[in-house]
Design a binder for this molecule. Structure first.
Ligand code: DNO
Length: 389
């Protein structure tokens, strides 16, 4: 059995429209109710409104990405218990509408983080890029985080200082905008807000954040199981501590903790090769073998690192991750499952006509289409060669 091909759509404001997506040949849509503030309940009415829109365009809503976890839950402060109860209600409401897979992440403060959104590839297409020197520029000179210098090597600090000296005020503003970009269509943070949100983590180290995640999961996984929902935690992107924040969804050991501390089958993973592949010590095929049937959703994308750990998003079949090996392991897991595991081509370059449009960073139409087409061919080849029809 093959995987289910899906496509992420950011809702009615997404410049890549449902009629565009129709031509990609996917079987399902991944989306979220981005207009609902983090932490609030998604009502059946709101879910059905979006579902109707998708159904009218000939699609089903297969995966939610994401029901975002409110910061109070991650830090276990303020109204965390109320937000957990709201989360349970949202899961029940989604299940009542027939939606069965829910993605989320447990990254403190910021979701995915990049330092450049238009890194020019040799072929002229544009990719997303993460550079430690620029992150340090932001951290030390824009955010002015206390003790930021302890988070970087001398090499990074020296290069960051050099860059800071020659960046113009506009370039610095732009860098801050890119780093704090967050989720398209959702509220943007200011530097001041970010400082406040970071400060809440002063007393939260890795074990404490792990405990907060374990508590959250021990509360919501039974509800998910009862209403037949599969939870899928997305890895940290990039899979390292950044801005002094603890990150706890980055390595095989992290997944081991997450899955074994709440051994409920509904507690699973969104296996994102682009996030996990940015860390050289992560062996992705091995991680697929270990996480196995707790993989509930898959993001396929590739990255290429340099000697300083900076990385750009490469073509889906190029880069440091052996996509053939990963795809083969995922397909092996698929053969043990009754239902197809959904995957989506994660990100894509801005290429051809994408370059003349403003699309959400990473979510261009043609770039993702190229990725999907290549991944689809790879999957077909592996399935044929192994008799997995
Ligand atoms: C970035 C995405 C992430 C992802 C969330 C999942 O492009 O992969 O923003 O959706 O982290 O909760």
């Amino acid at each position: 059995m093959k995987l289910k091909q899906t496509w992420r759509w950011f809702g009615p404001n997404d410049p890549v429209t449902l009629s565009d997506i129709k031509q990609a040949g996917v079987q399902g849509i991944v989306t979220a109710l981005h207009h609902i503030p983090h932490g609030e309940v998604w009502t059946v009415e709101e879910i059905q409104k979006r579902q109707l829109e998708l159904n009218t365009a000939g699609f089903t809503w297969d995966v939610v990405e994401s029901v975002t976890i409110h910061e109070d839950i991650k830090t276990r402060t303020g109204k965390y218990q109320q937000y957990i109860d709201y989360y349970k209600t949202t899961l029940r409401n989604l299940a009542a509408c027939g939606i069965r897979i829910v993605t989320y992440n447990f990254m403190p403060v910021n979701d995915w983080t990049r330092t450049q959104l238009d890194y020019v590839m040799p072929d002229g297409s544009k990719a997303l890029y993460f550079n430690w020197f620029d992150l340090a520029v932001f951290d030390r000179y824009i955010l002015k985080r206390k003790n930021a210098e302890h988070s970087y090597s001398t090499k990074i600090l020296t290069e960051a200082e050099k860059r800071y000296q020659h960046y113009s005020p506009e370039q610095l503003d732009h860098l801050a905008h890119v780093i704090m970009f967050g989720i398209p269509g959702e509220k943007k943070s200011t530097v001041e807000e970010m400082r406040k949100r970071l400060a809440v983590y002063d007393d939260i180290n890795h074990p404490a954040l792990r405990e907060n995640l374990k508590y959250f999961l021990s509360e919501v996984a039974p509800v998910a199981q009862e209403c037949n929902i599969k939870l899928a935690i997305h890895p940290d992107d990039p899979p390292f501590d950044i801005l002094g924040l603890p990150r706890i969804v980055s390595t095989a050991d992290d997944f081991d903790f997450i899955l074994s501390s709440v051994p409920n089958p509904s507690n699973g993973v969104c296996f994102c090769t682009g996030s996990l592949g940015a860390r050289a010590s992560n062996n992705l095929p091995e991680m697929v073998r270990k996480i196995n049937d707790r993989i509930h959703f898959v993001h396929l994308r590739n990255t290429k690192r340099d000697e300083n750990g900076n990385f750009f998003e490469d073509d889906h079949l190029a880069g440091d991750t052996d996509m053939y090996a990963v795809m083969k392991e995922i397909l092996k897991v698929q053969q043990t499952q009754q239902d197809p595991i959904p995957f989506r081509p994660d990100h894509g370059h801005q290429m051809m006509d994408d370059l003349k449009k403003v699309t959400n960073p990473g979510y261009s139409g043609i770039g993702r289409m190229r990725g999907l087409a290549e991944l689809r061919g790879l999957e077909l080849g592996i399935c044929k060669a192994n008799g997995w029809e």
